[in-house]
Design a protein around this ligand. Structure first.
Ligand SMILES: [Zn+2]
Length: 135
């Protein structure tokens, strides 16, 4: 193999072929110092370029992941705010009765009937529960 043939072969060769010890190209690269030096330089620069491309790819992937994660967190926060606003307790409507408030409860229980009087926490509300005949 001549130097011209070797250099033409190096242009189209897989970078791994430039460092292998098998074949006509490898034999010429071992015998010819100038072609061997060029082959080592091409192999080293190709490896460096491959490392750079892989590193950029990882950075882009990690930026995309970071962007996706940020968007997800933002979506969760917005959803949480929306749901929290929906869950906000409604302010109870205060109704004031125009009727006078009875301070005492008076009931009449018929024969065969029973009544349970329950006071509530609200001093204006008393529950009277009648059971039995004559409800
Ligand atoms: Zn040569």
């Amino acid at each position: 193999m001549t130097c011209v043939e070797a250099r033409e072969a190096m242009v189209v060769a897989d970078p791994r072929e430039l460092t292998t010890t098998n074949g006509d190209l490898a034999a010429h690269l071992n015998e010819c110092a100038e072609c061997g030096s060029r082959a080592r330089a091409i192999a080293a620069q190709t490896f460096a370029l491959g490392s750079l491309v892989r590193a950029r790819s990882r950075r882009r992937r990690s930026r995309r992941l970071m962007l996706a994660a940020t968007a997800s967190v933002a979506a969760v926060l917005v959803l949480g705010i929306v749901l929290n606003n929906r869950r906000a307790p409604a302010v109870p409507e205060v109704r004031v009765s125009s009727l006078p408030v009875a301070r005492r409860v008076s009931i009449t229980v018929n024969s065969g009937q029973s009544a349970t009087v329950v006071r509530t926490a609200d001093t204006t509300v008393t529950v009277v529960w009648f059971t039995g005949a004559g409800q």
